[in-house]
Design a protein. Sequence first.
Length: 210
Amino acid sequence: MTEGLTTELLMQNGAEALSLAKGTMLFNQGDNAEYFWQVARGKVKMSRYSELGREFVQGYFGEGQSFGEPPFFAKSTYPAAAFVVEDAIVWRIGREAIMKLLKERFDIHVWLVEALSERLIYKSMMLSEVAIEEAEHRLRSLITYLAREHDPASDYIVMLTRQQLADMTGLRVETVIRTIKHLESKGYLTIRKRRVVWFSKRKRIEGKKI
């Protein structure tokens, strides 16, 4: 699936590029959703907090990915807050401009429907995983989902930290570290330069390690 609006399209439609440092909050839980957002560089996290202060990570968004769309199109408030987790450049475009663009460009409209559909599939999958599955199954399901568009014949580098994997699976970071070691011993993955490398399907079947 093609990701994101091009820089040219965003600029032509009056989008504003914001240069943001790590830790910057883009919007808070409960704020009115007034803009369409897309990451140009860096990484953004969306999180929801319970009354007791517990964090529930909705997702991490990188280059070319949009975020916060459902409340924007519903003219509602954000159910989660958005934070910059790596120094970033983020595009911001107003409602009138993005609606005009979607009316004029059917291909962009289709891209957005695909992106939102993928998001719904992910949320449905993770809700069931967190509710009933053990740590290993949760982690394998998440990595398989992240690698869904990657060439299955080659290894996949997971560009998330152990803490981020924990946030997205509802596990403690210590549990994620132990589970990664267990999956490594079973031939699912290896660690290269501190990154998790998920083996290709063929290697997993053959139980090879490199």
